[in-house]
Design a protein around this ligand. Structure first.
Ligand code: SF4
Length: 194
């Protein structure tokens, strides 16, 4: 009974969130070993090579309908990761209610970001937030923007910046849990929108 409560809290928060799987918080997942690579190569996923290893680009193809579809077989990296929000709830520094409220705020902000992308005819939902923004910026730089498009693009930059502030403050762990952390969207998206 004592052990079930943290597990239930983790499940309800993670199912409501998904930010560490959907490309908002991270750009990729480090894969370790052939079996982890095979999990994704077998479903036709193109892995990224970095530092002699393989990484799974986010959004993760296993994140479907707000659930990890391979939860029992998910990569070690996913098993080891706990966001700051979860850590704060576990050690009693934050209530679940407050955490859920922050998750909903992040979801609303992410929705506002998505609407700006769509208004600029960007449907690249297969890319993480950082890459998506960078590619859109490159594409738009090649042509003259109407005043309305310029306004939406400025708004997009502002929305991403606001989202990043929220994610940095509450979701991204203050100390990296691993020697070679996943690329975050947080640190790299900031310069691209200023
Ligand atoms: S494998 Fe599962 S836990 Fe890991 S990033 Fe993909 S959806 Fe998330």
């Amino acid at each position: 009974m004592f052990m079930k409560q943290p597990a239930r809290m983790t499940e309800s928060l993670c199912l409501a969130c998904g930010l560490c799987c959907n490309g908002a918080l991270f750009a990729d997942v480090i894969l370790r070993g052939a079996s982890e690579r095979a999990l994704f190569e077998d479903i036709g996923c193109v892995l990224r090579t970095q530092g002699g290893g393989k990484r799974l680009p986010q959004p993760c193809p296993a994140w479907i309908q707000s659930r990890c579809q391979i939860y029992d077989r998910r990569p070690l990296y996913c098993r080891e990761f706990d966001c700051q929000l979860l850590l704060d709830c576990r050690n009693g520094q934050m209530t679940s209610k407050r955490a859920l409220s922050l998750i909903r705020r992040a979801a609303r902000q992410l929705g506002a970001v998505e609407r700006c992308f769509q208004q600029l005819n960007d449907r690249s939902t297969h890319l993480c937030l950082r890459l998506r923004f960078q590619r859109l910026r490159t594409r738009l730089a090649r042509r003259h923007l109407s005043p309305a498009e310029s306004l939406i693009f400025s708004r997009l930059g502002l929305r991403i910046h606001q989202l990043n502030l929220l994610l940095s403050k509450y979701f991204l762990p203050s100390s990296p849990p691993h020697e070679s952390p996943r690329k975050t969207n947080i640190l790299t998206a900031h310069p691209s929108v200023t």
